[in-house]
Ligand binder design. Structure first.
Ligand SMILES: Cc1cc2nc3c(=O)[nH]c(=O)nc-3n(C[C@H](O)[C@H](O)[C@H](O)COP(=O)(O)OP(=O)(O)OC[C@H]3O[C@@H](n4cnc5c(N)ncnc54)[C@H](O)[C@@H]3O)c2cc1C
Length: 394
């Protein structure tokens, strides 16, 4: 069975149900890599890709450590608790494939627990053109995806993945140099500490590679550098606002001049969660985000958002406002944007993004999965693939 057939087969089994990962784990790929490698691996970055790479190495008994720049794991998967009567994903929130992918990621028959998913098919969908709000209905084809009902993307990693190797995650350790010119790879952090390993898996966002935050020795091949230069990871932001009443629709796409549809959407964050609180989410990436992320600070951002909502909903936003939270992903020093926007021939670009350095430094992340780039599950599967690649090579 090819990988594509396998994913489709799993998809048939997982749609629209409360999911028991322990059961679905039996759907995982039979492919067990021949483990030719023994030695130490350093993983740079503890987002979905880094965590899944670690999970895979752990399963095969390989010695590893994760060096994470920020003070938490999860990367662009992050939870907001105690804001409403349900936990909120202030980064990635939707599952853009079948829930059966959880089984593929966990791949452990001893895993127990339930992940309750909501098929995401909005009932009321409108478009705001800066002047008028018009209803439209392309929901069934456009939003065929899932949301967590009682849990979050963050809790998936927190419950099923990270607990297996918490002691191996070094937080607040930004990596500034990776030298693969000798027998072993020498990694330097921003405190001038060195960490030595036989292999390194780099899972930092594209922006960090583009900005040369990490000094690689030897440097990237020309085609790899060209692939990094031409790849795009534009601005990204989320805002959540709690209101006294629900005066808004399931989805409002902002489609004003200069913005492509769906680069900025307002949506009911409590959609079908069966909770009391009214929380409206704003999700924006690309140009739809940059108008906001370029503003001076979070106070100016929330005023701009409330202005737009008051325009759309005749002043009801400020009337019913309780509180808000702004999560400006472009302002996060170790993220600096949203996710990769694959352009023409992006699949070929990915081949170069993945190109290892001296067969010692490997790469993974959301920008590097040909089947599902720009997604959490795509990042996670990329981490697994790259870890297996390391295992296969002596
Ligand atoms: C606003 C927003 C909404 C999104 N919505 C969705 C969604 O609904 N569904 C979906 O599937 N996807 C969504 N995504 C995309 C998804 O979040 C990403 O594709 C995925 O989480 C990326 O995982 P990753 O492991 O590749 O990278 P990251 O999660 O970014 O992890 C990389 C890690 O590397 C660390 N790091 C950076 N530099 C260094 C350094 N020098 N040294 C050490 N560590 C470093 C970072 O701190 C970070 O923890 C969204 C993203 C954003 C920003």
């Amino acid at each position: 069975m090819t990988r594509e057939e396998f994913v489709k087969q799993c998809a048939k089994m997982g749609i629209g149900i409360s999911l028991f990962p322990g059961l679905l784990a039996s759907c995982s790929e039979e492919e067990t890599p021949v483990v030719a490698f023994s030695g130490k691996v350093l993983i740079i970055g503890a987002g979905s890709a880094g965590l899944m790479a670690a999970y895979t190495l752990q399963k095969f008994g390989i010695d590893f450590e994760i060096l994470e720049a920020s003070d938490r794991y999860g990367g662009r998967v992050r939870i907001l608790e105690n804001f409403a009567d349900f936990p909120i994903d202030i980064g990635a929130e939707w599952l853009h494939t079948s829930p059966s992918v959880f089984g593929e990621l966990i791949d452990d028959e001893s895993a127990t627990g339930e992940i309750d998913m909501i098929p995401y098919k909005a009932d009321t969908m409108y478009r705001w053109n800066g002047d008028q709000l018009r209803r439209f209905n392309i929901v069934s084809t456009y939003y065929g995806e899932y949301k967590f009902k009682t849990s979050t993307w963050f809790q998936f990693f927190d419950q099923f993945i990270a607990p297996k190797f918490l002691d191996k995650i070094r937080l607040k350790t930004p990596v500034v140099g990776i030298d693969a010119s000798g027998d072993q790879v020498v990694v330097e952090d921003d405190q001038n500490n060195t960490h030595v390993a036989d292999r390194v898996i780099v899972t930092v966002p594209l922006t960090i590679l583009k900005n040369n935050f990490i000094n690689f020795r030897p440097s990237f091949s020309r085609p790899k550098q060209a692939a990094i230069d031409k790849s795009i990871m534009p601005a990204g932001i989320k805002v959540f606002i709690k209101f006294k009443e629900k005066f808004y629709h399931d989805i409002v796409q902002v489609s004003v001049d200069g913005l492509r549809d769906s680069e900025r959407i307002y949506y009911d964050a409590a959609f079908r969660k069966g909770r009391q609180d009214h929380v409206l989410g704003l999700f924006a990436a690309g140009e739809g985000a940059r108008e906001l992320t370029d503003l001076e600070d979070d106070n100016v951002i929330i005023e701009a958002v409330l202005d737009e909502l008051d325009q759309i909903f005749d002043g009801k936003a400020r009337q019913h406002y309780i509180k808000h939270v702004v999560q400006n992903w472009s302002a996060e020093p170790f993220i600096q944007g949203s996710y990769s926007f694959g352009g023409e021939n992006y699949e070929d670009t990915i081949d170069f993004l993945l190109e290892p350095i001296n067969d010692k430094v490997f790469f993974a992340g959301e920008a590097m999965n040909k089947d599902y780039w720009a997604t959490v599950h795509g990042a996670g599967l990329s981490g697994i693939e790259t870890a297996k690649e390391v295992l296969r090579r002596p």
